[in-house]
Write a protein that binds this ligand. Sequence first.
Ligand code: PRT
Ligand code: ZN
Length: 213
Amino acid sequence: MTSALRIALQKSGRLSEDSYQLFKECGIRFDYGTGKLRSVSSNFPAEFLFLRDDDIPGYVEDGVADLGIVGENVAVETGRSVNTIHKLGFSKCRLSIAIPRGTEWSGIQDLTGKSIATSYPTLLGNYLKGAGVNADIHEISGSVEIAPGIGLAEAVCDIVSSGSTLLSNGLQEVETIFRSEAILIANPELDADKQTLVDKLLFRIKAVQAAKN
Ligand code: PRT
Ligand code: ZN
């Protein structure tokens, strides 16, 4: 007997609603938003796990889940060995460097010797390395935009969507270092039965996307 696909979704956050909607549009029914941390689909061989987004790449790498939906930013930052099998087109955002408004900016070299607060030390570190800039990366896990105002750092590198958070914290976006959207990730060693289910699911996802375009 084929075992069900295990799919990890964000429990509650910016990916949750669109992830759920996607499966709903694919005709896959399961309980969502009831507080339960797992739910078995009533009409497709799949079981859903509801987790923090940061934990999803690790679960998929370890094979605890076969598939997961996360932002590309999180997939790359965590550095887990997972396959990106499809881009989903929602939760679009960018990872950008911002500095206090009114500060002069002539380019990324201006950050040499400066301290930058971020929750994305790997992505930022790689970008600075590529640009040949030596700066001090200060890792914080949230409320990054507050850092320059309280003297914790001279710049920030954070996720931007509308830009209003930067604006209300007196910051200006000066450089985009990464563009992200929600992606479907998979464990690289799925067996043939699970791969058949993934192909079925992908076929439906592509049909849903095609109908929208
Ligand atoms: O609780 P859990 O750990 O699961 O969730 P989380 O709080 O870590 O993540 P969540 O739900 O905030 O975001 C999940 C994913 O959504 C991110 O990894 C991104 O891929 C994507 N995404 C899309 C965003 C945004 N837009 C976004 N605007 N993630 C975060 N933000 C934050 C940003 O950090 C900043 O504080 O929103 C603020 C900026 O928004 P604007 O519109 O003011 O520019
Ligand atoms: Zn998170």
